[in-house]
Structures are given as C-alpha cells and as structure tokens.
Design a protein around this ligand. Structure first.
Ligand SMILES: Nc1ncnc2c1ncn2[C@@H]1O[C@H](COP(=O)(O)OP(=O)(O)OP(=O)(O)O)[C@@H](O)[C@H]1O
Length: 253
C-alpha cells in the first residue's frame, strides 16, 4: 500500500520546550490512522505542522512526494489536505450553509468578469455550489439547519459542520483533531458511520483522538506519542498489548 504522508525527523520547540522530538512516521493511503498519546504529548503540534499552521523547527513533511513543511496552510489545503480544529474554527456569524459554501467557492473558479457582468455562467456555478453544499450538510443531517447562524447550532452539530466544511474542499487526506470531543453517544455513532463512509470513498484519515473506543473501532493503524516522541506504531491490537503504551497510559491515570 502506498504512503500518502511522510514525516521525517520532525522537531518543534517553543522557547525552551521541545514539544515534538525527532518524530518520523508515515501514513498509508486509504486507511484510518489514529495519533494518540497523553495530554501534552505533541499530537496537536504535529497536526499543526502537517497543515502548515506551524513551521517545524527542523525535519521534513512530504505529501504524495511533495515537500510541504515550508508551505502556507492555503497551499497545503489546495494540494488536498483538509483539517478540523480541537477548538472549533467555524465562522459563527455566517449560516451553516454559508460556512460550507465558502469552502466550496475557495475551490470553484469564479472569474471576476462573470460576477461583474452577472453572466449566466456565474449563476450556474452559484446554483451548483449551493447544491453541493446542501449535499455535504445532508451527510451530517444538517440540512434543516442550513439557514441557521453557525453560532446557534448545538455544539455537536458545530463539530459536524466543521467536518462538512473540510470535506467541501475535496481533500484526499482529512485531519480530524478530537472530532468526537463533546459529542454524546448518538452523535459519536453518526461520526463513526461517516468516517467509515469517507474511508470507503477513498479518503485517507488521520485522527487525533482521546476516545479509545472510537480509536479501537475505527483505526487501521495507531501511532502513539509520549512527551513528543513516537513510542509505538501498529494495529489497534498490537498497540493495546504494547507494554510501553500500557505503562504510559497507566501512568497518566
Ligand atoms: N504555541 C505554543 N507555545 C508554547 N508551548 C506550546 C504551544 N503549543 C503547544 N505547546 C506545548 O507543547 C506541548 C505539546 O502540546 P500539544 O498541544 O501538541 O499536545 P497534545 O498531545 O495535542 O495535548 P492534548 O491532548 O492536551 O491536546 C505541551 O507541553 C504544550 O504546552
């Protein structure tokens, strides 16, 4: 199976603190990989470096053989990596539909002249974008909330909206940062179902997750970090039996 993402000797320091220490791993195309580890082990910092929101102190990141660690987030997104954030980053003053439309329009080529002269092609593209956006909302049962300001959505639905918006950019690699955090059991079930459907569509998924049941149910492969270092990588069964991983998690409790 081919590798879609490769991280080599990644280091990130914040002042005197080294949050990520010489981290190397790769992610296989088409699979669900989970990045787990105790609080402060460097998971979000690693995500931020992959998505371009943080520059590594040293090391390299390759996405489908293109080096991306020196690229800004919007260029990385254009290459096909989308992400969600642990602390939601939706546009709260826009409606649910507008949040997704924005993501679609960032991809759709609407030329200025089409807008200015109100060309039929402009209206056609607008209609198409709306249709598409509604499809993404339907995936997460959000269609009846389309005209609701995003800030007024219940928390779980805001999490869904963030994923719908990320999908609207047509990613080949989707990074989910604690997507299940704050969801109730029913909401987690739909999330799980959707993630499996996305995998079946061929989207590669990397998730940072604290919910171990979700990780064990969903992940094909698990990478474990502790204090910025990778301590294990393997199938969920292998990880569950790994003495170093057990020690780290017991130590945490
Ligand atoms: N911008 C920053 N400035 C200074 N220190 C930071 C910054 N971001 C993260 N850190 C530190 O880096 C370490 C790793 O943090 P990170 O958020 O990556 O961990 P994490 O594994 O995602 O934790 P959690 O599970 O709690 O979200 C922590 O000690 C954190 O305090």
């Amino acid at each position: 199976m081919s590798e879609i993402l490769k991280v080599k000797n990644l280091v990130k320091t914040f002042g005197g603190l080294t949050a990520v220490k010489n981290l190397s791993f790769s992610i296989k195309k088409g699979l669900i990989t989970a990045l787990i580890g105790p609080n402060g082990s460097g998971k979000t910092t690693t995500f931020n470096m992959i998505s371009g929101h943080l520059r590594p102190t040293s090391g390299e990141i390759y996405f489908e053989n293109t080096r991306i660690d020196n690229l800004p987030p919007y260029k990385i997104a254009r290459l096909g990596i989308a992400r969600t954030f642990q602390n939601l980053e939706i546009f709260s003053h826009l409606t649910t539909l507008e949040n997704v439309l924005l993501a679609i329009n960032s991809r759709l080529k609407v030329f200025l002249w089409e807008t200015v002269v109100r060309a039929p092609s402009f209206f056609h593209k607008e209609r198409l974008a709306r249709q598409k956006a509604l499809e993404y909302l339907k995936m997460f049962n959000l269609e009846s909330w389309a005209e609701t300001p995003a800030a007024s959505l219940p928390f779980g639905l805001q999490r869904y909206l963030e994923i719908a918006r990320a999908l609207a950019t047509h990613p080949t690699l989707l990074l989910l940062d604690e997507a299940a955090s704050g969801l109730d059991a029913r909401e987690k079930d739909l999330l799980k179902e959707r993630i499996i459907a996305l995998k079946q569509e061929g989207i590669t998924i990397l998730l940072v997750e604290h919910d171990m049941n979700l990780v064990m149910d969903l992940a094909d492969e698990v990478i474990v970090l502790d204090m910025g270092r990778k301590i294990a990588q393997g199938t969920p069964r292998e990880i569950q039996r790994n003495p170093e991983v057990i020690a780290v998690y017991l130590g945490e409790g």
